[in-house]
Design a protein around this ligand. Structure first.
Ligand code: PCA
Length: 322
């Protein structure tokens, strides 16, 4: 009889825990071995630990649960409660989210962090309008150009098929006379192999992940900007959590955001070394090419300011004031 009671108590206790515990699936856009995805796993582990198991998160990298281009909508509509994606991919819908894609504005990790400090409040307000809450953001290393030949000026880029990852990079490509096609990083190797794309802009990280030396020969360091991924939560799901759990998750997010940025900085040059080891020529963009990029960049900044109005200008003013 006694044993039965104890069993019952244990069963009830277990049922209680099970009812309270929540598991969230977290789709991520980039490959499992990419540092953003590895940090996503660190974040998930911390959430489990800090919440004492009240919340657990299961990471699905590489677009395996939802493709990169579908993740935001999946989170917004509550198909999943949490997900990770490249923020400026959403600038076509909400131009403010292209704050980190302004060419030659913030080209170091420190400046990128300063720019985020200036942008954060209005970006978060914009995300709230989209029914999203950002838990942490993490920068990619600086962006440069991949080609299958030597490129000295835009005379060499006319008609080249260019993989873009958002509207800003498509604009950049058009400015260089190239023909943009938007392709997810997860499908990049295939696009290069089939000739759908023959050039792109990205960090050393994505070139390494996708082994692009199998198809391309040159990387030009430009450091045009350091775009960010962000981990977002459905606002309704977030508001539905109790304040203690929210605080525990936010602590995990704050720590992971800082660790992820440090990891990105630590790996930036290592990626270039790997590209070189695998036979690519990695150099700074030449002065003529760079001057052309700067002219196109200035126009892109003007376009962004025209789209975002006072909110965009306020971000740049706050950034420049510090
Ligand atoms: N890699 C991502 C975005 C920025 C980067 O460095 C990509 O190319 O999709």
């Amino acid at each position: 009889m006694k044993v039965t009671n104890l069993t019952l108590v244990a069963a009830l206790a277990f049922a209680g825990t099970a009812a309270l515990a929540e598991n969230w699936d977290m789709p991520m856009a980039y490959s499992a071995t990419n540092f953003h995805s590895e940090m996503g796993v660190v974040f998930a582990d911390r959430v489990g630990e800090y919440t004492g198991g009240a919340m657990t998160i299961t990471v699905h990298p590489g677009g395996s649960l939802f493709k990169g281009g579908e993740i935001k909508r999946a989170v917004q509509t509550g198909q999943v409660n949490i997900g990770e994606r490249f923020m400026s991919a959403h600038a076509n819908e909400a131009p403010l989210l292209g704050w980190d894609n302004l060419p030659f504005v913030a080209t170091t990790y420190a400046d990128n962090e300063k720019l985020w400090g200036a942008a954060k409040e209005s970006v978060n307000a914009q995300l709230a309008d989209l029914n999203l809450v950002a838990l942490y953001t993490c920068p990619w290393p600086g962006q440069g150009f991949y080609f299958n030949k030597e490129v000295k000026t835009s005379a060499d880029t006319q008609g080249v098929k260019f993989r873009s990852y958002n509207t800003a990079t498509a604009t950049f490509a058009e400015g260089l006379g190239m023909v943009p096609v938007q392709v997810e990083a997860a499908e990049l190797s295939q696009a290069l192999a089939t000739g759908v794309a023959e050039a792109f802009i990205s960090s050393g990280s994505t070139g390494y992940d996708r082994k692009v030396w199998e198809h391309l020969s040159h990387y030009y360091k430009v450091n045009a900007w350091l775009p960010r991924n962000y981990v977002m939560v459905n606002k309704g799901a977030w508001d539905g959590l109790d304040a203690t759990v929210q605080g525990q998750i936010q602590k995990a997010a704050d720590e992971t955001g800082a660790d992820c940025a440090a990891k990105s900085a630590e790996l930036a040059n290592w990626y270039f070394e790997q590209l070189e080891t695998n036979g690519m020529t990695v150099t700074d963009a030449g002065p003529e090419f760079l001057a052309e990029l700067q002219t196109i960049g200035a126009k892109m900044q003007a376009d962004w300011l025209a789209e975002t109005g006072d909110a965009g200008q306020a971000i740049l003013d706050a950034y420049n004031a510090n």
